[in-house]
Design a protein around this ligand. Structure first.
Ligand code: GLV
Ligand code: GLV
Length: 323
């Protein structure tokens, strides 16, 4: 029996080679760098045994119904899985593959880069050099905030959160706070102190969001949250945009309630170019590039393909999501 697989985007060749070599499946690929339109997705998955998708594809009941009873596996090229209707997928006995671990280092590096760029105002500085605003060396010009002696608070000390903490500590961070559902033994490695969210928010000079998006974390960073932050503190989010209430963030940034924010994730994505957040000098927005190194994307592509094949053949997946 030839197994039907729908791939929702052009993906790095490493993964495609694995799928082609396996010779197990009849591959149908949305061969573009742009997202598959919803109608094409619904058409493409019809009768599929496997779906290889991205975080930009919403896999909900409608898609599952469109796929029909053949569907055995969904393999997503991401560590996040908030785009998948997990309860419904579980109910139907469909297995899910994802890409934890392989993108931890790349995402942690990007988070550190974004934190430093935001705190030391790199995009503003680059802009001033280009537009002639750099008249001379000025003692009070383009000053920002440093990590040395600071308190860093990480919301969600998972694989990525821990990797961020490990990288920040050597910058001279004095206290490393974290919060989440429970304290973690691995926090010892970074001398992490498990504290309530309120304590973390009010005592940190840098608040770094690295939790997954769930009903519990949706809109977590709102008006009340920002009002507890210090006026000199910096907010960084490299997890999912929906953890933040962006109107409240805009208010906090424009009123001086907090010093600056660096975001690699927004709602929606892409953020419209006319969005109010993009008018602010103290807001650095990146286009969701946490895992974007050549090698990481290659390995993610391989893992996604191997997860898919294992799901199709009913064998053990390299990275199966425990639902
Ligand atoms: C990126 O955001 C991912 O979930 O892999
Ligand atoms: C997942 O979100 C992780 O921290 O790896």
């Amino acid at each position: 029996q030839i197994l039907k697989v729908f791939v929702t985007r052009r993906i790095p060749q490493e993964g495609m080679k694995i799928l082609q070599k396996a010779g197990l499946c009849n591959l149908s690929v949305w061969d573009s760098d742009e997202p598959v339109p919803r109608a094409e997705l619904l058409k493409g998955v019809a009768g599929a045994h496997g779906i290889l998708c991205l975080l930009s594809d919403k896999i909900d009941t409608e898609v599952l119904d469109a796929a029909g009873p053949n569907l055995k596996v969904i393999s997503t090229l991401s560590v996040g899985f908030d785009h998948l209707a997990i309860d419904e997928i579980k109910k139907r006995g469909i297995r899910v593959g994802y890409t934890p671990d392989v993108l931890t280092d790349a995402t942690a590096e990007l988070t550190v880069a974004l934190l430093l760029a935001t705190a030391r105002r790199l995009p503003e500085g680059v802009e001033e050099v280009k537009n002639g605003g750099w008249s001379t060396w000025k003692p009070l010009w383009l000053c920002g905030y440093g990590l040395s002696g600071s308190t860093v608070g990480v919301i969600g000390l998972g694989r990525i959160g821990l990797a961020i903490a490990r990288r920040l500590k050597p910058f001279g961070v004095k206290r490393l706070l974290y919060t989440g559902r429970q304290s973690k033994p691995q926090a010892q490695e970074v001398d992490g102190e498990y504290v309530p969210l309120d304590t973390l928010v009010s005592e940190s000079d840098f608040v770094v969001v690295s939790c997954s998006l769930t009903p519990d974390t949706q809109g977590l960073c709102d008006k009340t949250f920002f009002s507890k932050m210090k006026k000199t503190s910096i907010f960084i989010n490299t997890s999912r945009g929906a953890v933040v209430n962006q109107e409240d963030l805009f208010e906090a940034l424009s009123s001086g309630q907090i010093a600056a924010a660096g975001l690699d994730v927004t709602t929606p994505e892409p953020l419209p170019t006319a969005h109010p957040l993009l008018t602010l000098k103290n807001c650095v927005v990146l286009p969701h590039i946490g895992s974007a190194t050549y090698s990481t994307r290659g390995v993610m592509s391989e893992l996604t393909a191997n997860n898919l094949l294992a799901g199709l053949t009913g064998s053990e997946m390299p990275s199966e999501l425990k639902m």
